[in-house]
Design a protein around this ligand. Structure first.
Ligand code: GLC
Length: 434
């Protein structure tokens, strides 16, 4: 590797290319996280090895029965494409330390064990087949390598372990063609970028993959923030990663998980929230032991994909933070904004009586239409209020019941949240009958 840059030199160089590297990512909005590994056979969460205090030699037996179907990654990619997702991130090696690729650095891998499948190769091939950008999740924490814990207090162990992590990730960014995202996780036990030699590691990664995007979990801020199991907008690029059931990243019994799993409407609400905050949603599936897609994820994701097919303009593309992220215009809808003259109203509850009022906008409105088919919507605008009239009795969205109404203003809309105090708008005050 060429000379290792200092932290400030490196971060300056990375910042200079960030807009160009992240243009596709910022427009993509929606990705699939895939948590698959030996733990998938247990069906008790991806932390089972640690939480159940497995002795390593007992846990290693799972490697002998790790038999992914070779076409499993293709099934993941098909569902991701169908869901309207634009990228995928696969756990190439989780905390358990088992590599899902033909590694020379780590013989504890899916080609040496079980059915001998190079899952990472199947994954990248499937992503390319379905025009999905490719992300590698790579755990820094490791419960299998003998130095994975000693490195916290033994400098020789730390040197051996960081060399191991470096070599693992060099294989990943060297042997599988163009990779778009490096998704590190859990930089433990070392607590600093110096402790992880992160500067050397990430400069090597970027040298092999000049366009790659790196998340903020290797003790350097890198390209984007990763709020987990919560949707939290940030001033920098950010991506909320969410399990499908708020219980486990890895596989759990589908029949029992279904009761806790997101339906299409909840996923659309998350998509609205990330778009309104100018961020991304990385929604996880935890495939079954043989790699099959968890059955409880198929219908919701397929419905979401169909819905996005009809309303993608409100989802994809650079979205500006709504003037007050999550502000509601009338409580039963939320909106996204293209940063220009267009606001997209996502109607969670369709109003009865054929009319709906939106408060707060003071900019003159040019046109109102149903996004999915362009049907004009009648409207009247008076001061802070927009009256939508002659609306259909029921939601015109037959896919998920979430109709989007597009508001096209004459100028960039101004939304005045404070405008909701009725006292501001005058009018007769109540006079009790004398
Ligand atoms: C946490 C969990 C890990 C999971 C990750 C996903 O770090 O420890 O199991 O892969 O979240 O973001």
């Amino acid at each position: 590797m060429t000379k290792v840059l200092s932290k400030s030199e490196y971060e300056e160089q990375v910042a200079a290319s960030r807009d160009e590297r992240m243009e596709w990512w910022r427009a993509a909005r929606f990705g699939m996280f895939v948590h698959y590994g030996l733990y998938s056979q247990l069906g008790r969460q991806e932390w089972a090895m640690a939480l159940e205090n497995y002795p390593i030699e007992e846990y290693e037996q799972l490697a002998d029965t790790f038999n992914p179907r070779p076409d499993a990654p293709r099934e993941w990619a098909e569902l991701a494409r169908k869901a309207g997702m634009k990228y995928m991130v696969l756990t190439t090696r989780h905390h358990e330390g088992f590599s899902l690729w033909d590694s020379e650095v780590n013989p504890y891998n899916s080609v040496n064990c079980g059915s001998g499948v190079d899952v990472v190769k199947e994954f990248v091939d499937a992503c390319r087949e379905h025009d999905l950008k490719i992300g590698f999740y790579s755990s820094l924490m490791d419960w299998h390598h003998p130095d994975g814990w000693k490195c916290a207090f033994d400098s020789k162990a730390r040197a051996r372990f960081t060399d191991y992590i470096y070599a693992l990730n060099r294989e990943l960014v060297s042997n599988y063609g163009k990779i778009d995202i490096m998704w590190y996780d859990v930089p433990a036990p070392m607590e600093s970028w110096e402790g992880w030699n992160t500067l050397e590691l990430n400069q090597m990664v970027r040298e092999h993959q000049p366009h790659i995007i790196i998340n903020n979990r290797s003790k350097l801020e890198e390209d984007y923030a990763t709020p987990e199991e919560r949707i939290q907008a940030d001033d920098r690029d950010w991506e909320a990663c969410m399990t499908f059931n708020d219980i486990s990243w890895g596989y759990v019994d589908s029949r029992q998980a279904a009761a806790y799993s997101y339906n299409a409407q909840r996923i659309l609400r998350m998509l609205n929230e990330v778009a309104a905050g100018s961020g991304n949603l990385l929604l996880n599936i935890g495939p079954a032991p043989d790699g099959s897609v968890p059955e409880e994820t198929v219908e919701p994701l397929s419905t979401v994909g169909q819905w996005i097919g009809a309303n993608g303009e409100a989802v994809y593309g650079r979205k500006a933070k709504t003037l007050h992220a999550r502000v509601t215009t009338n409580g039963i809808c939320d909106y996204t904004w293209d940063g220009g003259k267009n606001i997209y109203i996502w109607n969670w509850i369709w109003p009865a009586g054929g009319r709906m009022t939106l408060g707060g906008f003071t900019t003159s409105l040019k046109k109102v239409s149903l996004l999915q088919d362009g049907t004009d919507v009648d409207f009247v605008q008076k001061g802070h209020r927009i009256f939508l009239e002659n609306l259909p009795e029921t939601s015109p969205d037959t896919i998920a019941g979430v109709a989007v109404i597009k508001l096209e203003f004459d100028d960039v809309p101004v939304f005045r949240r404070a405008s909701y105090y009725p006292q501001l708008h005058g009018g007769r005050s109540y006079k009790p009958q004398s």
